[in-house]
Write a protein that binds this ligand. Structure first.
Ligand code: PXG
Length: 465
């Protein structure tokens, strides 16, 4: 009893400090202070514990990043070792360190063909910001300075720096900051489930994929290919609602980028490092990008680290520029982060976690989700591949239509998930799962049964069951 009240007092203490001094990302400060934050104190495997001792199963790998699960000792020890040996040094003054070069070389082995060189940064946003700078630099080096417009898609999430937020296509990300900056243009996303609502009528996914790719071509023609620098895209759109492209989409986009000499930038921040059953989304969808960005699963989120890789075309131009590359962060290729990332890649490889996603646990998750939810009265679609899945909540499963924007069905369902001890993300009314790649079948069952209860309760509130 005494212990319970101590625990409770500690929670109150941390909540008060948080309310007084901490600014939270993507949160309404006043609402958060009213409701009180949850204090996460410990994690192991696929489980999190809060300061009140409540156990949560994490269906989201943190923020789509903890590939190897929490509490991996090999990663912790690799980080400790580097901390003790070389806690910091940079790469600015003709210097390097063993962990960073080993990591760069390891990445060159697993990255798509022709991606032999990487530049490090500390977050997905920084990687994307750096990628856009490298793209601009490339065209300047090629004597094509008029190629400066960056294309990307509606529902895209590429991060929060001025450039990465401009590249993002989620409209709430712009007005507070007077974004997008000039030179950023959007094209539609291959969001087939939303096609009807968006006025495309009763179109099949294959045809829709081609139609949406065609919109990219039209946009390039409208602006003029001579002014378009790049097209940026996530192989599967993550934070925008887990949008899986129809099979026809990527081959056509690849053709268009080649035909109009537009650099293809793949943002693999979510799809990288086994999430879709291959090392990268580029492998899963057979895409050959000119430039790629990665973060999250690179270190399983244990350390902040990201990277930009260059295909041979960009690498050759930039590496032979014969002038200083005027870019880099204090912490680019930080030895501790690099040591942890290197060990993370070793662990992914040693335990066969990527093929596990492709051949066993990924198909298991997908099959069980479909068996459980496809016939559910408020589920319009279950989609996914590998360890990425979405359950689209809808008012009428016979038609592809959404709940009204202000009905907050997804938030309600997410709150029930929390009550049930499950972390599951709601993006609008799309319920999203991205469990750690190490999750066992019984842990997947636990996630599914808690999600089922939450979705049933939501349906009951709506008077549907
Ligand atoms: N690209 C993609 C595809 C991402 O998903 C970023 C870039 C930016 O990475 P950093 O490390 O700067 O955050 C992301 C990040 C969510 C959520 O709620 C998703 C992200 C970040 C925060 C929240 O789904 N993705």
């Amino acid at each position: 009893m005494a212990r319970d009240s101590t625990t409770h007092n500690l929670t109150r203490h941390w909540q008060a400090l948080d309310a007084a001094h901490h600014i939270h990302p993507f949160s309404d400060a006043a609402a958060l202070i009213r409701e009180g934050v949850r204090v996460i104190t410990r994690a192991d495997g696929v489980y999190l514990w809060d300061s009140e001792g409540k156990l949560l199963i994490d269906g989201m790998s943190g923020l789509w990043c903890v590939q190897v699960g929490y509490g991996n000792r090999e990663l912790a020890e690799a980080g400790c070792e580097a901390l003790k040996t070389l806690p910091y040094y940079n790469h600015f003054f003709k210097t390097t360190n063993p962990w960073t070069v080993e990591l760069a070389a390891k990445l060159a082995q697993i990255l798509p063909e022709e991606h032999e060189r990487v530049l490090f940064a500390n977050s997905g946003s920084e990687a994307n910001d750096s990628a856009l700078k490298l793209i601009r630099y490339y065209w300047n080096l090629k004597g094509r300075p008029e190629k400066k417009i960056h294309l990307s898609r509606d529902y895209a999430y590429h991060g929060v720096t001025m450039a990465a937020a401009s590249l993002s296509g989620l409209s709430p990300m712009h007005p507070q900051w007077d974004l997008p900056l000039p030179g950023f243009e959007k094209v539609p996303a291959p969001y087939w489930f939303a096609a009807k609502t968006a006025g495309y009528g009763d179109i099949g996914p294959e045809e829709f994929g081609l139609l949406i790719a065609e919109r990219l071509e039209e946009k390039i023609r409208e602006i003029g290919a001579h002014r378009i620098a790049s097209f940026s895209a996530e192989p599967v759109q993550g934070a925008g609602g887990l949008i899986f492209p129809p099979a026809t989409y990527w081959p056509e986009v690849q053709r268009i980028c080649r035909e109009y000499d537009v650099l293809l930038h793949l943002d693999e921040v979510i799809t990288g490092f086994g999430r879709t059953g291959e090392w990268f989304g580029a492998d899963t969808y057979a895409i050959a990008p000119d430039i790629m960005t990665m973060a999250k699963g690179l270190s399983s989120g244990y350390q902040p680290i990201s990277a930009v890789s260059l295909g041979s075309r960009m690498a050759e131009a930039i590496m032979s520029a014969n002038e200083e590359l005027v870019h880099g962060f204090t912490y680019s290729g930080h030895p501790v982060a690099a040591a942890v990332a290197l060990k993370n890649l070793e662990v992914l490889e040693k335990y066969g976690l990527v093929p596990r996603v492709k051949h066993t646990i990924g198909p298991y998750l997908q099959r069980r989700l479909r068996e459980t939810f496809e016939s559910h009265p408020i589920v319009g679609e279950v989609r996914g591949s590998g360890m990425l899945a979405a359950i689209e909540l809808v008012p009428d499963k016979r038609v592809r239509r959404f709940f009204p924007r202000d009905s907050d069905v997804g938030t309600r369902c997410r709150n029930y998930c929390f009550e049930n001890g499950l972390v599951m993300r709601a993006i609008r009314d799309t319920m999203v799962l991205a469990p750690p790649l190490v999750a066992s079948e019984s842990e997947i069952e636990e996630i599914i049964s808690r999600a089922k209860d939450a979705i049933d309760r939501t349906a009951r509130d709506l008077g549907v069951i």
